[in-house]
Design a protein around this ligand. Sequence first.
Ligand SMILES: [Zn+2]
Length: 293
Amino acid sequence: MKKLPLPVQNDERYLTSLASNHKLTSINPHLRVNADSIKAQYAHYMQQLGNAWNIIPNVITDELKSALIKSYETRQDDELKFIKNMRDTIDETCSMCGGKFPWSIDHVLPKSDYPEWAIFSKNLVPACRCNIRRGTLLKGSPATNARVLHPYFDDEFETRQLSCLITTTNHFRWIKVEIVYIQPNHPAINSIKYHVENIVKRSGLEKYLSRTLWSKLMNQPGLAIRGLYERETLTVANVIHLIEQDLRWFDDRTGTPNNWDSIFLHGLLNSPRVVDFVTQHHNQFVLNGGLTN
Ligand SMILES: [Zn+2]
């Protein structure tokens, strides 16, 4: 979950280029005939700010649908190199789920249901495996207007939306996490929840917090909270300070407070019992010369 700047591609220009590229004989007749209506749909998308409830697709022929999807999948025209560049962008944090290392491209409006925007740069975002796990999910109940939020147009990702409630079993050997919404009265809470349930959680957020990060903390505390590398025992206040520092560091480094590490650290800060345990665990770790019990 990360707000991104709008891509700068001139979408009308590459549509014209595709329609006149003589190597693409099976594609361009359909694009040429329909170029104006597709450009009008691009303008409509911008006017509606990518809001899935307000965007109205045209009825298009199967041939045009297939030409647009094939254009996306084959990227044979030089003008579509921007899609590969977008995929290869080195960004540590996925714009759709807040997880790590986006390596694919997600269509915010899925291309199978909204083919008119299959190669529209403002409908394409770098994403991780959440892209596959989400499938074509886009809208919730009409009664709530819930929908997937858009990294280019929606501002909800710019502020902290998520924390976690940590409960423990077996003397802190294992934890369970429940994702908590920080702003339950936010005007867009229905969409925030829809986005989190259908994209963020499907991508494995809870497992990352309860297994990956907690295992790190148990096995080598400094891997989960930087600063705990210090070879000295600490007070609870020291540890809280280090967690707060780390939280700011992850927020800044990833460009969003809704990255998965920050969600974990924020949850720690809201769980005094867990912070007490982390302090004791760290101190025991130091006294044991860097070995866990
Ligand atoms: Zn993702």
